[in-house]
Design a protein around this ligand. Structure first.
Ligand SMILES: Cc1cc2nc3c(=O)[nH]c(=O)nc-3n(C[C@H](O)[C@H](O)[C@H](O)COP(=O)(O)OP(=O)(O)OC[C@H]3O[C@@H](n4cnc5c(N)ncnc54)[C@H](O)[C@@H]3O)c2cc1C
Length: 499
């Protein structure tokens, strides 16, 4: 079976299949924005192909030739060096070992997939406490909006797991990791031994300790079960308050309002998506949200969730009371690091991993929303997928490096094109900024002639070019020599779009 990989040039999502997908399930762009990606996941033979190291960022590419562009930094094929002759990539260990992966999200699935492709004889088991096979968690807002059905959610069909000899234990919770004895304690099941363990436990929604937060109908959105619970409460004319005006809050609002629910988003900051957008960009988005019928309250501090068993309203410190039959808290996530911490692994804001995605225990790898790599806990899909793939390869004896990727975000469901990447709130005056608030909104941040951050609202066609420039960390002196304002920069970058 020949499987190609396709790389979304906007968000970094990797699609496996003979053809690029019609739409990117992560950022929604059309298949035209996909490029052939590293064929690191190709084939199921024992011998991994040649390995190429990107001289710019150390990204490891597996294939017979270097890639057209580096998946991480955008460098060209001439920027890759051959690392080792192919024989050395016959996996020395783990091919017949037992790999256990905890977590049935995209990081866990990607780890299983790459481990299987690199080590056909390994015993691979995924343990997840969810009842569902791994699904497109990021598309739960599209599911809420009715844009997709439940059948569109699974990443792989159910028979894929048996076909690839991957055992998946659903509804199975890991209660402890015995790192010394190399086994897991499971709730209601016998212990599960491992040779190499991959932790992909993800994250859980952060819920601030506001009085009344335990009332029924104060909910979060992380799992398919959460989405079903919300849908069951979305009756026409009911009132929903969403706590948090970030990406998830806004997408959820745009989905819920489609069910003729009166929706109010409460944001503590002065504008929407404060982490990803400038005030001007946030205000443009607010206009769009209001047009959809979403009410917005800024600078708001919540005093309590009023009610009895059921929530009846959200009381703000200003004295304003927002009536509510449903409150959805979207206030960020926290790493599910408890098990790792109890097992003695190094944990900071997430489980600390090195460039090989190895934890402080060499037999335990970790990936996805669970981890912190070089101080960064990404909390987004593409890095989780990418890290999972690398952790899977390394757990079966590979030597692949995760060199980090700039954080980027885009919006679904709202019908508003928005792309934000890198550093958009500079810490000091050494950064140069260019802003264009015209038909569309463009914001570019440079430091020492390198582009380090950007926001595009309205027209995001140049997003792949922007992403490449930021990732490649190359000097943009030529660009700045011909373009003196944001509009000029956009026009110049437009010329570079590959069609
Ligand atoms: C509604 C929504 C929309 C999103 N939209 C976007 C978007 O547009 N773009 C984007 O980049 N990102 C988005 N994200 C974030 C993205 O989905 C996550 O970054 C990504 O799914 C993380 O994958 P993961 O595999 O690391 O963790 P998870 O998907 O959280 O998977 C962790 C798994 O571990 C399991 N688990 C945890 N503890 C245990 C245990 N003790 N025993 C057994 N199993 C356990 C969990 O049940 C789960 O199956 C969105 C998230 C949500 C919820």
């Amino acid at each position: 079976m020949s499987i190609a990989s396709w790389y979304c040039t906007v968000c970094g999502y990797v699609h496996r299949g003979e053809f690029p997908p019609e739409y990117c399930p992560v950022c929604g762009v059309t298949g035209e924005r996909f490029e052939p990606a590293a064929d690191a996941l190709q084939g199921r033979g024992r011998v991994m192909s040649q390995q190429w190291r990107c001289l710019t960022c150390d990204y490891m590419h597996t294939g017979n030739v270097p890639p057209d562009t580096c998946q991480v930094c955008g460098a060209g094929p001439d920027q890759f060096e051959l690392v080792n002759p192919p024989e050395q990539h016959i996996l020395p260990q783990g091919t017949e070992g037992t790999i256990v992966i905890v977590g049935g999200g995209i990081a866990g699935l990607s780890a299983a997939e790459s481990a299987r492709q690199a080590a056909p004889k390994a015993t691979i088991t995924i343990v997840t406490r969810e009842s569902d096979h791994p699904y497109y968690r990021l598309n739960l807002t599209r599911y809420l909006a009715g844009e997709i059905t439940g059948n569109d959610l699974p990443v792989r069909p159910e028979n894929w797991y048996a076909e690839n000899s991957i055992t998946i234990l659903l509804d199975t919770e890991v209660t402890a990791i015995d790192a010394k004895a190399k086994k897991l304690h499971l709730k209601g099941h016998p212990d599960l031994p491992y040779d190499k363990l991959i932790l992909a436990l993800g994250a859980h929604p952060f819920v601030p300790a506001i009085p009344g937060v335990n009332r029924e109908n104060v909910v979060t959105l992380r799992t398919r079960v959460d989405a079903e619970r919300i849908l069951a409460r979305c009756s026409a004319g009911s009132k929903c308050v969403i706590v948090g005006g970030g990406v998830l809050g806004l997408e959820t609002a745009a989905a819920v309002v489609l069910h003729k629910v009166q929706v109010t988003v409460v944001e503590g900051f002065e504008w929407l998506l404060p982490r990803q957008l400038t005030r001007t960009a946030g205000e443009r988005l607010a206009k769009k949200a209001r047009k959809l019928g979403i009410d917005l309250v800024f600078n708001a501090k919540i005093k309590e969730f009023d009610g009895d068993e059921q929530v009846r309203g959200v009381v703000l410190e200003s004295g304003q009371i927002l009536p509510a039959n449903l409150v959805i808290v979207t206030a960020g996530v926290r790493s599910n690091s408890y098990l790792a911490r109890m097992a003695g692994l190094e944990v900071n804001n997430g489980v600390v991993v090195n460039h090989h995605l190895q934890t402080s225990n060499p037999d335990i790898f970790a990936a996805g929303d669970l981890v912190e790599h070089q101080g960064t806990a990404y909390g987004t899909w593409a890095p989780a997928q990418f890290q999972g793939t690398i952790a899977g390869m390394n757990a079966v004896g590979g030597d692949v490096v995760f060199a980090g990727i700039p954080r980027s975000n885009s919006l679904k469901v709202l019908g508003a094109e928005m792309f934000s990447i890198g550093q958009i709130h500079p810490d000091d005056a050494s950064y140069e900024m260019f802003e264009n608030d015209g038909e569309s909104y463009d914001f570019f941040v440079f430091r020492d002639t390198r582009m380090v951050g950007a926001i595009l609202v309205g027209d995001t066609a140049i997003a792949p070019v922007v992403k490449k420039l930021i990732e490649a960390q190359v000097s943009c002196a030529d660009l700045l020599a011909v373009a003196s304002d944001a509009k000029g920069i956009r026009d110049e970058l437009r010329k570079k779009i590959v069609r």
